[in-house]
Design a protein around this ligand. Structure first.
Ligand code: NAD
Ligand code: IPM
Ligand code: MN
Length: 367
């Protein structure tokens, strides 16, 4: 049988820096666990624009459709701020999500014990936290029509449309309920049914799908209250199901529960392929972090944890994913910290590459 295939798209800013550390991990699994991947690499975002004049070349899109999994670093940056909207780096990522039909975006927020002190919230609020945000990723206001900037009388109007079909809500809801069944059987759905018709339909469809999962305790919450509850008492949640835009915002919010945006991985999953595994793209939740790019300061853990999710969801290597997560936990318990995780004066941060090396050493020690 041929090796599973992995397309790596490092992207912009700190994307290539954190991806270099994932490469070390991939090499380790190949050398020490005899887990080989057919790895190819290509351009996305500003890097693709610089070479091809578009943020995602058609050939790259075609490759992404064929591989077992895509791993992406980050896209965007101030250099591309003035580009026409249609070729902005972020459009490359959105095209991947849309054309691969990756409707279910899993964003776990887990607070490692060693980092409970580093969250901006009190330790007892976040210690032991383990929640999963399921964000709808291919529809909603990100893609709804009409959209654009139009002339209206003597001024312009900017328009975006929140639009959800029943089937779009149903499929992401089903993926969230399935996940809840494998976790603590508790699901909270967030929308704004008090002001948005799309929210009313969302709530109705989620309730209907919930009938197929009687064991799952389903609740509904307005998303603004959800944001508040997420920082007040995040451990009341297990699985949170929400739409594209609310999910974007709530997951950045959840990031700070874990200590840093540099800790949050994600998996974007679509329908099963011929091999039974879902179409998949893995990426850290953070962006290209232009403020620290090129300085060796980025935390590579979010990207490495994204690879752990790939091991689990695309490559049937749950035990090796556990091994990788345990290695990260050990490194953090040993006090190894990139600059984003430092709260105390006088503690010396390690560089991006030193963090990668420490995780590889912890993997070695796990054998
Ligand atoms: P950002 O996530 O890039 O950065 C926000 C803050 O978090 C910055 O202070 C940054 O230094 C810090 N940070 C982020 N990741 C970190 C890491 N791994 N280690 C240490 N610190 C980290 O968000 P932004 O500044 O709003 O956006 C910058 C660019 O990235 C924009 O062009 C935006 O569109 C893009 N973006 C891309 C993605 C993606 O590719 N998936 C996600 C979010 C933002
Ligand atoms: C994310 C990012 C993206 C989003 C951008 C870069 C398109 O913020 O993945 O969270 O808004 O979905
Ligand atoms: Mn975001």
């Amino acid at each position: 049988m041929s090796n599973p295939s992995l397309l790596i798209l490092p992207g912009d800013g700190i994307g290539p820096e954190v991806m270099a550390e994932v490469r070390k991990i991939i090499d380790w699994f190949s050398a020490k666990r005899d887990l080989q991947f057919d790895v190819s690499e290509d351009l996305v975002g500003g890097a693709a624009y610089d070479k091809h004049g578009v943020p995602l070349a058609d050939e790259t899109m075609a490759k992404a459709q064929e591989v077992d999994a895509v791993l992406l670093g980050a896209v965007g940056g101030p250099k591309y701020d003035d580009l026409d909207f249609s070729v902005k780096p972020e459009r490359g990522l959105l095209r991947l999500r849309k054309e691969m039909d990756l409707y279910s975006n899993l964003r776990p927020a887990q607070c490692f014990d060693a980092l409970a002190d580093f969250s901006s919230l009190k330790k007892d609020v976040v210690a032991g936290l383990d929640i999963m945000i399921v964000r709808e990723l291919t529809s909603g206001v990100y893609f709804g029509e009409p959209r654009g900037i139009f002339e209206e009388g003597n001024e312009r109007v900017g328009i975006n449309t929140q639009r959800y079909t029943e089937s779009e809500i149903e499929r992401v809801a089903r993926s969230a309920f399935e996940l809840a069944m494998r976790r603590n059987k508790k699901l909270c759905s967030m929308e704004k049914a008090n002001v948005m018709e799309s929210g009313i339909l969302w709530r109705e469809v989620v309730t209907r799908v919930g009938k197929d999962y009687p064991e799952v305790e389903l609740s509904h919450m307005y998303a603004d209250n959800g944001a508040m509850q997420l920082v007040r008492a995040p451990k009341q949640f297990d699985v949170i199901l929400t739409d594209n835009l609310f999910g974007d915002i709530l997951s950045d919010c959840a990031a700070m529960l874990t200590g840093s945006l540099g800790m949050l991985p994600s998996a974007s999953l679509g329908a099963p392929m011929a091999n039974g595994r879902p179409k998949a793209l893995y990426e850290p939740v953070h962006g290209s972090a232009p403020d620290i790019a090129g300085q060796g300061k980025a935390n590579p853990i979010a990207c490495i944890l994204s690879f752990a999710m790939a091991l689990r969801y695309s490559f049937d290597q749950g035990a090796e994913a556990d091994r990788l997560e345990a290695a990260i936990e050990k490194v953090l318990a040993d006090g190894v910290r990139t600059a984003d995780l430092l709260a105390e004066e006088g503690v010396q941060p390690v560089s991006t590459s030193e963090m990668g090396d420490a995780i590889v050493a912890a993997l070695d020690a796990s054998l």
